[in-house]
Design a binder for this molecule. Structure first.
Ligand SMILES: NC(=O)c1ccc[n+]([C@@H]2O[C@H](COP(=O)([O-])OP(=O)(O)OC[C@H]3O[C@@H](n4cnc5c(N)ncnc54)[C@H](OP(=O)(O)O)[C@@H]3O)[C@@H](O)[C@H]2O)c1
Length: 292
């Protein structure tokens, strides 16, 4: 399978390094349908992954007063890419976010289903939900929503690194996405050309406390932090808008025969390798496909 990836950031980079020669990582910054179509005609891919977007730097609060850049990257860009893919007859897998949901769903188990309507508050989440709303009407398009990526590879946006560097951490529980498993699921979705919305989150939920307990056990026994309530984040001026915390159900993945490892099991494996990388690793990088 030949995959054309748009977006040279964290997620696009991780997918490209695992897929190796199967992937062509576009250098083009897309401003128009033509830009995307030219790339698709040049590469002739079997599938396109949209890993491009605007998450805000240093964090998502940046989007609150950069609405136009955020809408351009998270709403307009997916529409341009989907238009180009429809025109070329190529399958598109678009990266969505589970942070379009705030709090508990109305379902008994409190988890949000793929067909539930989002209830986003911040600019970032609203721009992501807007793209989901329109792209989900198209054939030959998959929307893969991820949540709080957890990775063996140390990186500023890896949830392990984020939690470990915050002096104050909110005491919450969430659905999460283990990056290794996500990359594998994306590949399977593209191979199937699976249409619709998919919650690419590992079954079960994980507390921030559990992640940091494992971090202390396997990486740094001297780590400490102050625990605060979710509402304290804004009340103490640590964030402009409250963060999304939620549980996601992945019924649609199961319906297409794709299964992810349980979150807690995958988290331990990931933290073990993360610890090994922090100690210096083996210098194999992540492109060789080895199981270090
Ligand atoms: N990382 C997470 O925690 C997370 C969680 C849920 C969902 N997601 C979604 O996953 C996707 C990828 O996230 P990420 O973490 O990889 O973000 P990232 O590291 O910020 O990378 C996004 C990349 O997209 C590029 N980009 C923006 N507009 C573009 C355009 N018009 N044409 C081509 N490239 C463009 C950016 O380039 P510049 O830097 O040059 O602008 C950047 O390299 C996003 O849609 C995000 O919403 C991420």
């Amino acid at each position: 399978m030949k995959i054309l990836i748009f977006g040279k950031g964290y997620m696009g980079g991780r997918c490209a390094s695992v897929w190796g020669e199967e992937a062509v990582h576009s250098e083009v910054f897309v401003h128009s349908v033509e830009d995307a179509l030219n790339e698709i005609r040049r590469v002739q891919p079997d599938a396109v992954l949209n890993a491009a977007g605007v998450r805000g730097k240093p964090n998502v609060d940046w989007c609150e007063d950069h609405q136009r850049e955020t809408i351009r990257g998270n709403t307009l860009l997916p529409i341009l890419l989907s238009e180009a893919c429809q025109e070329a007859g190529v399958y598109l897998l678009h990266m969505g976010s589970g942070c379009i949901f705030y709090g508990d769903s109305h379902h008994e188990d409190r988890a949000w289903r793929e067909h539930d309507h989002g209830n986003p508050i911040p600019v970032y989440s609203r721009s992501k939900w807007a793209a989901d709303l329109v792209l989900s009407t198209l054939p030959n398009v998959g929307i893969a929503r991820i949540r709080m990526p957890i990775d063996w590879k140390p990186a500023p946006d890896n949830l392990i690194d984020k939690l470990a560097r915050y002096p104050k951490v909110i005491d919450v529980e969430n659905s999460v996405t283990i990056v290794d498993d996500m990359v594998d699921v994306f590949h399977q979705l593209m191979a199937q050309r699976a249409s619709g919305v998919f919650h690419v989150t590992n079954p079960g939920t994980v507390k921030h406390r559990e992640i940091l307990e494992l971090y202390r056990e396997l990486v740094d026994p001297s780590h400490s932090c102050e625990w605060i309530g979710n509402d304290d984040l804004v009340a103490q001026g640590l964030a402009t808008k409250g963060r999304s915390n939620n549980f996601l159900a992945s019924d649609n993945l199961v319906n297409v025969g794709i299964h992810m490892r349980p979150a807690k099991e995958s988290l331990r494996d990931t933290m073990e390798r993360y610890a090994w990388e922090k100690r210096g690793g083996g210098g194999c990088g992540d492109s060789c496909g080895c199981s270090h």
